[in-house]
Ligand binder design. Structure first.
Ligand code: C6P
Length: 422
């Protein structure tokens, strides 16, 4: 967008190189677009984020000069593709601070990562009368796989409730943990409330009962520093497309010790060592869980996205976004009749709100006419909507390329919607 650049354009946020949002924006070609004749204001980053030129270039380079299947050929191109693909795995390992590359499994996204654990770990270790703990702020992809497992096995789902600010009620969690608990699966950063959950504490409490923990990191990985060893979690899932990478690629981190005990989720090529009609021997980690030709270009693009955010620094990104969230919160709360949903003390860049009696879809339509992209709906968290007694919210979700000027444009757009509907 062509926002006027404030005099003090550079901010030194964490001791990294000065963070210049206007320079950063130049790396994202889509942000230069006009939408409905207006400069695009993209505030739907929780749904999917935009891609820097380096990610786009990595895909073009792969398909132009490197395209080949991985782990199969002995020819030159296959060696290059395999090297790049496995290089991307190492970048994910470093990003998450996993102990070993073999703990990084490429999947389609967070949804597939959770389904993998439910189907493989779940089917083996969870039975009739056992309990799985999730929370009231989960995305449907961290509810439905467990419901299906419960239906199949006779296990029961237990829900950690949330308070009026959208924070987990930790004393209730403590009450739910017990000898029947077999797994805890919680979101790190809520996509509809912005709440950042105390994962380290959640893991410590579960582990005191010998219970493993899966973390849905779909929204956390693009906006915070994640250290799976520091958190102590057993599984951690995220999606490449929310981390400024391509769609169709994601990651399931799993502790090798647990992954080794689990059966393959899908079967076919690449996940085997040997096959006869009598017997098949499975491959080692991580290939045991990667049946068929993977999304090679997607993984390479994800690697490029990791390089990009690492150069800026995820701590720097988190600090910038936090300031933007504070600014956005203050601006939105200055609007008469606006109700912010999700006011946790520990919060990241998600602004979910309702304005008077205006339906979020109507609000979204007025904003769209101004070139502003937000999401309106239940955000695949219908139980959160029920908890707060609303059918839907309007949601502006931030990324490090968003600016204060864009927040101001959003606020102007909301005022326009109020005029239209009053
Ligand atoms: N949330 C949103 O607009 P996939 O679709 O597999 O990449 O990610 C699923 C998912 C899981 N957990 C959380 C916390 C999420 O936010 C999402 C995706 C998008 O909020 C699309 S519904």
């Amino acid at each position: 967008m062509t926002a006027t650049r404030p005099a003090a354009k550079q901010e030194n946020l964490t001791g990294h190189a000065p963070f210049d949002v206007y320079e950063i924006r130049k790396d994202f070609p889509i942000l230069k677009q006009k939408v409905r004749g207006m400069p695009l204001v993209y505030l739907d980053n929780a749904a999917t984020s935009q891609k820097p030129q380096t990610v786009i270039d990595s895909l073009v380079r792969y398909y132009t000069a490197q395209n080949s299947n991985v782990h199969r050929g002995i020819h030159h191109l296959s060696e290059i593709a395999t090297h790049e693909f496995e290089g991307a795995r190492s970048k994910v390992k470093t990003l998450l601070n996993a102990a070993d590359d073999k703990e990084i499994i490429f999947v389609r996204g967070t949804t597939e990562g959770i389904n993998l654990v439910a189907n493989s770990y779940g089917r083996k270790n969870i039975g009739e009368g056992d309990e799985i703990i999730i929370s009231a702020m989960e995305h449907h992809s961290n509810i439905v796989p467990w419901q299906m497992l419960c239906q199949e096995t006779g296990a029961r789902l237990k829900i950690i409730p949330i308070n009026d600010d959208g924070e987990l009620m930790m004393e209730e969690y403590e009450r739910l943990l017990g000898p029947r608990t077999r797994l805890v699966s919680v979101v790190h950063l809520s996509n509809s409330l912005g709440t950042i959950n105390p994962i380290k504490k959640i893991v410590e409490m579960a582990h005191s009962y010998g219970v493993p923990v899966l973390v849905d990191g779909a929204q956390a990985v693009p906006h915070t520093v994640v250290d799976v060893q520091g958190l102590g979690c057993d599984f951690y899932a995220f999606s490449g497309h929310k981390l400024f990478g391509p769609t169709g690629i994601g990651v399931l981190y799993g502790r090798a010790e647990l992954l080794d005990t689990m059966a393959p989720y899908q079967s076919g090529g690449d996940m085997i060592k040997s096959v006869t009609f009598e017997k098949t021997t499975y491959n080692d980690l991580p290939y045991k869980f990667e049946a068929g030709t993977p999304d090679i270009a997607g993984a390479i693009g994800l690697g490029a996205a990791i390089d990009y955010v690492s150069r800026i620094g995820l701590d720097c990104i988190a600090a910038y976004e936090h300031k933007l969230l504070e600014y956005g919160t203050a601006q939105l709360l200055s609007i008469d009749g606006l109700r912010l949903i999700g006011t946790a003390k520990e919060k990241a860049g998600v602004l979910s709100f309702n304005v008077g009696e205006i339906h979020p879809h109507d609000l979204g339509t007025v904003l769209d006419a101004e070139g502003i992209a937000i999401r309106a709906g239940h955000h695949c968290t219908m139980p959160v909507m029920d908890r707060f007694g609303v059918p839907a919210t309007a949601r502006a979700s931030l990324a490090f390329y968003n600016t204060r000027e864009e927040i101001d444009i959003l606020v102007k757009g909301i005022h326009k919607a109020i005029e239209v509907f009053s």
